[in-house]
Design a protein around this ligand. Sequence first.
Ligand SMILES: [Zn+2]
Length: 478
Amino acid sequence: MDYEAVIGLEIHVQLNNATKMFCDCPNRPGDEPNQNTCPICLWIPGAMPRFSQVVLEKATMAGLALNCEIQKENAFDQKVYYYPDLPKGFQLSQSHLPLAKNGWLDITDENGQPKRIRIHQVHMEEDVAKLVHETEGHTPISLVDFNRAGTPLVEIVSEPDIRTPHEAMEYIRSLRTQIRYVDSAECSMESGTMRVDANISIRPKNSDRMNTKVEVKNMNSIHNVGNAIAYEITRQANQLQKGEAVVLHTRLWNPDKHVTEAMRGKFEGPCVPDPSVPRIIVTDEWLNTLKARLPEMPGGKAERFFKDYGLSRDEAVLMSSERNLSEYFEAVVNQDIPPRFAVHWIATQLLPALKERNQNVEDTPVTTERFSQLLSMLERDEINANSAKEVLAQLFDSTETPGAVIEKGGLRQVSNTSEIEVIVDQIITENRSAVDDFHNGKTKAMGFLVGRAMQASQGKANPRLIKEMLSAKLGNNT
Ligand SMILES: [Zn+2]
């Protein structure tokens, strides 16, 4: 039987504001254990939560970036469960009156077709403490770190519109890009600031039945979300083929074995309105000030890059994939560098060099000014491409201008025709057999001769001039 998967994602994103959600403790879960705590986030009875306005702004901006309707009124509930990472017995979350509803993200499916994934809701939630399991002698012990307790999250719940691992990964990438654009969160699965849970069920193709779903957790990269979903689809299909029923439960992705493993029955505790945090009323005036702060978003920006700068679709999407990168690219173009030339050098040289050095476009010493100066000299034929790569590498370690680096290294391109003629004549004399090959119709010999001439000039000659001169001279000899 032919099955199709029905997939919904629940994504927790840790907001990047300075403090926790209901107190002034730093929002830095990775610090030394239990440093960032106070009576509020240690959940000591009697301590009253104070809701942070900045959290509300960051969460609302995330909701707007995901094309949601921000609700006029939202409120916190107590999600009740008992576990050592939550000693107060409930987590402040939003269930009955969430912050935002009815959003969407557009993605591209496997066949390159556009597809809209609807977002059911976006709500705020405090994180719980972290359990650390160790051994003391031979005794296993569990420790509790409260640094994470009360850090601000938004949970983004999609509709079950996703059908394949590819669509799930595209949706997560798009969500990450949108939220990073409005600077609400870092959204890194690797560093734990984004956590993805997948709800997966399968059904016969073309049916609209909703079958029992299984929840899969513990994926630490977007790639592994795809792997876990693919595995789970096959596992459930095999189970149905054998006539076994799928039961509601939670599974963990095991990245070493590349399988999902049953963890526990899914427990949903009660959720009751919380009396300690006042209801949040969103006024049109306040919401309009946030909307006015929205930057040009990646979709619109890619369209503009495509139309105004003549980039290809892929180039336009790449240059708008991160807000800082898009701003870097435009700053270079504004310094009179042809757009596609800039894209080529950013994509093939600058980005790999940054990655190698663990730098970003916003904190690299290769500022847009220095990078543009280099590209401009390359474009004016003052240096050749090989030298430009060498200069780029040096710009990371010095504060000098590209011009100064070029002069110091003697890298200026030789475009002086009499100097090049001396080299070309010498190459023709020393490589008679290649010259004969060329005359006998072996066009590859030309490449060999140009290479020899470049070598003789220590890489500094203008390859275009060498080729022109060689062609002219060899042409005369026939
Ligand atoms: Zn605190």
